[in-house]
Design a binder for this molecule. Structure first.
Ligand code: FE
Ligand code: CA
Length: 543
């Protein structure tokens, strides 16, 4: 009997819906680390591994005070084992170890799981029972192969005092647009965690003036998405950053398709007959490559949704110092409004000419997530960190009277934005700090109670990050745009890099770090600007 028939994933031979549900159920079983007996692990030596099965590296994420998710994905030189299609390839038993020391002399947790072919041979282990607020080392073993060693940490216990949290935020790492020198430098800065805010991959076949080549394909099906993630993870700087600390993640559009909105496709690539099927495959590939908990799959598991629907939003507390709220403004949003009739994707528009613009029925997060945010916004941390994919504050691109806005960001969903700032006030959110990405430009400013009223009080601060590599338009109009949108205090539309927030009980310091030349892997780095926010004052000051 072939090995795969011995595993619970044998049900994958069932077509379509049942297949996906069995797959998701298997993911939960595997991440939970059920014993070898329950999983019917193939005996040692039955599976022939490729020469370097851990070439995509290791990662960790979704930290709690007592545990963390460990990730790896086995890969072979031709994508899969011996050139077999994933479902024909065998599942592979993988051991994992967590130690207090880098030499694994003091192993505190270990176990065995399966790299399931149906999940691209990805491995997600949800480790529990770790001590709060400390660093650990981890690795995987398969056959005779041993993975690189990763380093990760737990968060402080709920309510426990914490002196400091160094949280990096980053987004938009288009492969063709540059090298990942930013990740190499961030690793040297040794943050506690990375908050990745979207556009982990781009689905395009390439770019004009590409610094690096992709395989030249439009990414539209599961095998394409897997290959694109594997390409990005082959980058040593990105791989090393994943191995250095836990990541918290949300996503934006390019993990699926440019400018898609909920269940509506965007405007890039050859037409696809069934967009929801494409989206489900993209979501599966994202799950396979990210150090996230299996419960992100739970809505699909319960059978409420056809195909994959992932629960990306969530909240993680860093002791009493910070509550990190992750939002998903992409999966549940209404389609963009105010563009030319019949046009998919994003557009620039004049809100005065678009009655649908302010329609309160239109949502960015979807009703369920909006409701959830009410609870999340009442978080108890000194700092309420809101990680979401894009720029929150309005960016009017027309100088003087009248407005020109972009409908893919919060500017296209003003009623939903108002509900978000209302919730912050209603729940008396403690020191809201909104972090974002998407626009490939650094924007720093104040979150206003009512953006429609320029005299409105600030209820929080915003740092929208530039891209790791993805291009932007340049500085020609930055000063003009800042003047037009005075809730922002700083903008830069040229430099690439990341932001590093250092939270203490009394103060937040945010440093914008930018690479000298995104086209060079050996690029240097420098500080573009530094800002300070005192706890209790929604005011961002140049430091
Ligand atoms: Fe982007
Ligand atoms: Ca204007």
């Amino acid at each position: 009997m072939p090995l795969r028939h011995a595993s619970p994933l044998a049900r994958l031979t069932e077509p379509h819906h049942g297949e996906r549900r069995a797959l998701l159920r298997a993911a939960v079983l595997l991440a939970g680390g059920l014993g070898a007996g329950a999983l019917h692990l193939p005996a040692r030596g039955q599976v022939r591994l490729p020469p370097n099965p851990f070439a995509l590296g290791v990662a960790s994420g979704s930290p709690r005070h007592d545990g963390v998710v460990l990730w790896t994905r086995l890969s072979g030189p031709r994508g899969f084992f011996g050139g077999l299609e994933p479902l024909d390839a065998p599942d592979v038993p993988v051991r994992w170890e967590v130690a207090e020391d880098e030499r694994f002399a003091r192993i505190v947790r270990s176990g065995q799981t399966l790299a399931a072919a149906a999940l691209g041979h990805s491995v997600h282990v949800e480790v529990e029972g770790l001590a709060p607020d400390r660093w650990y080392f981890y690795r995987f073993l398969a056959g005779d192969a041993r993975s690189p060693t990763g380093r990760t940490r737990t968060f402080p216990a709920p309510g426990a005092a914490a002196a400091r949290l160094r949280l990096a935020y980053a987004s938009c790492q288009r492969w063709e647009h540059g090298h990942f020198a930013a990740w190499r430098h961030l690793r040297e800065e040794d943050p506690d965690a990375v908050l990745f805010l979207g556009d982990y991959i781009y689905e395009y076949p390439g770019a004009s003036g590409a610094v690096r080549a992709t395989d030249g394909r439009w990414v539209q099906a599961l095998a394409d998405y897997r290959q694109r993630y594997a390409l990005y993870r082959s980058d040593p700087a990105l791989q090393a950053m994943h191995a250095a600390c836990p990541w918290l993640l949300t996503w934006d559009d390019h993990e699926v398709q440019n400018d898609y909105a909920g269940e509506q496709p965007g405007d890039s690539g050859p037409p696809v007959a069934d967009f929801l099927a494409q989206r489900a495959q993209a979501y599966q590939a994202w799950y396979e490559h990210m150090p996230v908990r299996a419960n992100v799959l739970v809505r699909a598991l319960s059978g409420l949704a056809e195909g994959a629907a992932l629960r990306v939003h969530g909240r993680l507390d860093f002791g009493s110092l910070a509550s990190i709220v992750l939002l998903d403004p992409r999966q549940h949003r209404h389609p963009q409004a105010c563009g030319p009739a019949g046009k998919l994707g994003s557009s620039y528009f004049d809100p005065a000419a678009c009655p649908a613009w302010g329609d309160p029925a239109r949502s960015m997060l979807g009703a369920e997530q909006e409701q959830w945010f009410e609870q999340a916004a009442s978080a108890t941390g000194t700092w309420t960190v809101i990680g979401q994919s894009t720029l929150l504050g309005p960016r009017d691109l027309r100088p003087g009277p009248g407005q020109r806005l972009w409908n893919d960001g919060w500017d296209g969903y003003p009623a939903a934005r108002r509900r978000l700032t209302d919730a912050l006030q209603r729940q008396r959110s403690s020191n809201p700090v909104v972090l974002g990405g998407d626009v490939h430009e650094n924007w720093v400013g104040h979150v206003l109670a009512d953006y429609a009223d320029p005299r409105s009080a600030a209820v929080g601060v915003e740092f929208c990050g530039t891209s790791i590599t993805s291009r932007s338009g340049g500085q020609a109009r930055t000063a003009e745009r800042l003047a037009e949108n005075p809730h922002f205090v700083f903008a830069d539309a040229e430099r690439k890099g990341y932001g590093l927030c250092e939270f203490t009980p009394g103060r937040l310091t945010t440093t914008l770090r930018v690479v000298d030349d995104v086209r060079r892997a050996d690029s240097g780095i420098s500080t573009l600007a530094r800002f300070a926010v005192q706890a209790g004052r929604a005011e961002v000051l140049r430091d």
